[in-house]
Design a protein around this ligand. Structure first.
Ligand SMILES: Cc1ncc(COP(=O)(O)O)c(C=O)c1O
Length: 396
């Protein structure tokens, strides 16, 4: 059977996170491993009403095939929201996708030939390595600093390698929680506007800022770009709805690629989400999520301070769902993972988020999916696990 599969399949790692999630299905385990929103944040009743409305009033339409671009009123809504925030985006610039994950796949399909150079952040979103990896580019990773990507290295690589794409998550990045500063967003405009490289801006977490001031999308400073959005973190991931913002030429190619993939995204979902967004105040809903995640993040950082050895470093994101931990040099987060499982607590070892040369002492913690009590207990157990690993190293 083995030599029947396309070569590309053997080059892409299976999602390590999915493997870990299997282990953590055990209810005794406190898991900071997954990347799930808190189900308490879902608008359960509101979506029930929206679904009942759509199915009772427009079921002929909702249950029928539809256009590849997506439900026009939903695309209008998205374009309108960008316009309110000062971005020049029209309905024609919006393509509805099956989550932003499909957006990544379509971008890969439209732009990447085997062997093309593609820049990514270091570390980066694991499933982006997977999605783009299937098109067999040559990844070149650019280090992330506390305020965004290292611009000197980025500029050098853009000029030297003339890549087609740079994939970036500028707000509350998965896995690190790091966001780009205002200065970096502007400087990226100056770099990319002089070169052919397209900045692919993946922004599923931008609306979940619970501290500090909102910053404009990098798109604002770019002459050409691709911006990906998602309803997964602000409404529900199970609806599988996201979108791509792109100019006409890119859009035409994306539409062709999407037609070949799935004709169009789930139309019933699109109509339900649109009904929900029209009938309810989304800001009230977002504020509820922001408040919830701030409490959980604060709890996690307070507990880390209390229970982790003082030479363990960690990010303090102002939004999103993840923080990033760096253990002292020479410590392995994979070994820590084994000990932590024994203490019934889980996380994702950082090496999953690198396309090459991983930093073995790093790990990702999710704070959105656990309530305060679990965070308190889980971080205490993780602190104990780190101490056990330190002791093991001392003995050897
Ligand atoms: C950075 C990033 N991009 C894309 C996605 C995919 O999200 P979805 O397909 O649910 O919109 C995720 C999900 O966790 C993510 O963290």
């Amino acid at each position: 059977m083995k030599n029947l599969f396309a070569d590309r399949m053997s080059k892409v790692p299976r999602s390590f996170v999915r493997e870990i999630l299997k282990v953590t299905e055990n209810p005794d385990i406190i898991s900071f491993a997954g990347g799930l929103p808190n189900p308490r944040s879902f608008p359960h009743n509101e979506l029930k009403d929206a679904a009942a409305f759509v199915l009772s009033k427009s079921s002929d339409k909702a249950l029928q095939y539809s256009s590849t671009e997506g439900y026009e009123p939903l695309r209008d809504y998205i374009a309108n929201r960008y316009q309110l925030s000062g971005l020049d985006v029209s309905t024609d610039n919006i393509l509805i996708t099956n989550g932003s994950q499909q957006g990544l796949d379509l971008v890969g399909k439209v732009f990447l030939n085997c062997g093309d150079v593609m820049l990514i952040e270091r570390p980066t979103y694991l499933a982006a390595i997977q999605a783009f990896g299937l098109y067999e580019p040559k990844f070149v990773s650019i280090p992330l600093l506390d305020d965004g990507v290292d611009l000197d290295i980025l500029k050098n690589m853009v000029e030297r390698l003339n890549p087609k794409l740079f994939y970036s998550v500028p707000n509350f990045q998965n896995p690190t929680g790091i966001s780009y500063s205002m200065e970096k967003r502007k400087e990226i405009g100056r770099i990319f506007n002089k070169n052919r490289t397209i900045f692919v801006e993946d922004n599923p977490y931008g609306e979940i800022r619970f501290m500090g001031n909102d910053l404009p999308p990098v798109k604002k400073y770019l002459k050409k770009s691709i911006l990906l959005g998602s309803f997964s973190k602000i409404v529900s991931p199970g609806m599988r709805l996201g979108w791509i913002v792109a100019d006409k030429e890119i859009m035409n190619n994306l539409i062709t690629a999407k037609q070949a993939s799935d004709l169009h995204s789930n139309f019933l979902s699109q109509m339900i989400v649109h009904r929900y967004l029209s009938d309810y105040d989304v800001e009230t809903h977002l504020n509820k999520i922001r408040k919830m995640y701030k409490i959980q993040r604060d709890c996690m950082t307070t507990m880390i301070k209390k229970y982790f050895p003082s030479d363990v470093k960690y990010t303090r994101p102002e939004g999103g769902m993840f923080l990033w931990v760096t253990l002292p040099d020479g410590m392995s987060s994979m070994e820590l993972f084994e000990i932590a499982l024994d203490e019934n607590v889980a996380f994702v070892p950082g090496e999953a988020f690198y396309s090459d040369d991983p930093e073995l002492n790093t790990l990702r913690l999710n704070f959105s999916n656990s309530d305060v009590k679990k965070i308190e207990e889980g971080i205490k157990r993780l602190g104990d696990s780190i101490k056990r690993l330190e002791l093991k190293y001392k003995k050897n």
